[in-house]
Design a protein around this ligand. Structure first.
Ligand code: AHM
Ligand code: MG
Length: 335
């Protein structure tokens, strides 16, 4: 079709969210504004990540900047970008970042009703070799009445109003759910706009891939060890393939599109696993459920967890419905 060569009717992320919003006459556009600030942060980080290799080699951004300060590490820079973008949106009141020990309380003059929890640049051990990394975020609404407090973000993941991630990979991909399915957008660098490329993502019911850091196997518990053994030596059918990037956004993105299971289990050395509940486990679990998959902690549905502190960790098993069902059965048999 000649018309396909040049698409002229582009569904940008802003248009998409505005469309969704028009179905809710009571909404005042606050979510659209908040989201556009998150998207701006992602575009900034995307551009910084793309230049990272060059910057090192030829000092593109300068090894030292005009003030004579050393060039900021990419994760520190990303954190500053998101904090500033979120505060200036005027729609947030509490921010929790993986980079900051304490939560940030937004000044009264710029305060809004949303709380954002985020990991500005996850998988940072992958930066220097050019492997995909990403930003992960989750959004809560503050409880009505009273001063905002850290309790507003210590809510189970099922209370999130939206969650998503942006992957800085061979292309820049933004995946979002506001509780009505999952949609994926790809950055068109020539336009500087995210365009809807993956409408209504559904994860295959059963997958052929498992994704885990098998180097930790000697410290695993029984059910995890049994599950991975079954992936490699199934009684019936063919073995699963192993794919592990070591960058949660990339491993989860592949799981979402191709199906399968991603595991970061507990082990003897880290009884709560490695990944953080608020800004890693919850947003990814939210997306998985919205796409028709499941997320399990080894004890319960991940989104039912009630975190006691903002940087808490939890084991996590997430992905295709049937695959997670299997690991749940192994844990149930253990009891
Ligand atoms: P980070 O927040 O320090 O970057 O660590 C989180 C990352 C995840 O992206 C990834 O799933 C996990 O660590 C990989 O851990 P490991 O290297 O132990 O397999
Ligand atoms: Mg992280």
């Amino acid at each position: 079709h000649a018309a396909d060569a040049h698409r002229t009717d582009l569904m940008t992320i802003t248009r998409f969210v505005l469309n969704e919003q028009s179905k809710h006459p009571e909404s005042r556009g606050d979510f659209t504004i908040l989201l556009s600030h998150i998207v701006l942060g992602c575009k900034f980080v995307c551009s910084a990540v793309n230049k990272a290799g060059l910057a090192k080699l030829i000092g593109l951004a300068g090894e030292t900047n005009v003030q004579g300060e050393e060039q900021k590490k990419l994760d520190v820079l990303s954190n500053e970008v998101f904090i500033k973008a979120l505060v200036s949106s005027g729609r947030t009141c509490i921010l929790v970042s993986e980079e900051d020990e304490e939560a940030t309380f937004v000044d009264l003059s710029k305060r809004g009703k949303y709380c954002v929890v985020f990991d500005p640049l996850d998988g940072s051990s992958n930066i220097d070799c050019g492997v995909s990394i990403g930003t992960i975020f989750g959004i809560y609404m503050i409880k009505e009445g009273g001063e905002p407090s850290v309790e507003d973000v210590l809510q189970p993941g099922k209370n999130m109003v939206a969650a998503g991630y942006c992957m800085y990979g061979s292309s820049c991909t933004f995946v979002l759910s506001a509780g009505r399915g999952v949609n994926g957008f790809t950055l068109d660098p020539s336009l500087g706009e995210f365009i809807l490329t993956h409408p209504d993502i559904k994860i295959p019911k059963k997958g052929k891939i498992y994704s885990v850091n098998e180097g930790n196997a000697k410290n695993w518990d029984g059910p995890t060890a049994k599950y991975v053994e079954k992936c490699k030596f199934p009684k019936d059918g063919s073995p699963k393939s192993l794919r592990y990037i070591g960058s949660m956004v990339a491993d989860v993105h592949r799981t979402l599109l191709y199906g399968g299971i991603f595991l970061y289990p507990a082990d003897k050395k880290s009884p709560n696993g490695k990944l953080r509940v608020l800004y890693e486990v919850f947003p990814m679990s939210f997306l998985m459920e919205q796409a028709g998959g499941q997320a399990f902690t080894g004890k319960q549905r991940a989104l039912d967890l009630v975190p006691k502190n903002i940087h808490e960790r939890s084991p996590i098993f997430l992905g295709s419905y049937d695959d997670v069902e299997e690991i749940k059965a192994l844990y149930a048999a253990e009891e």
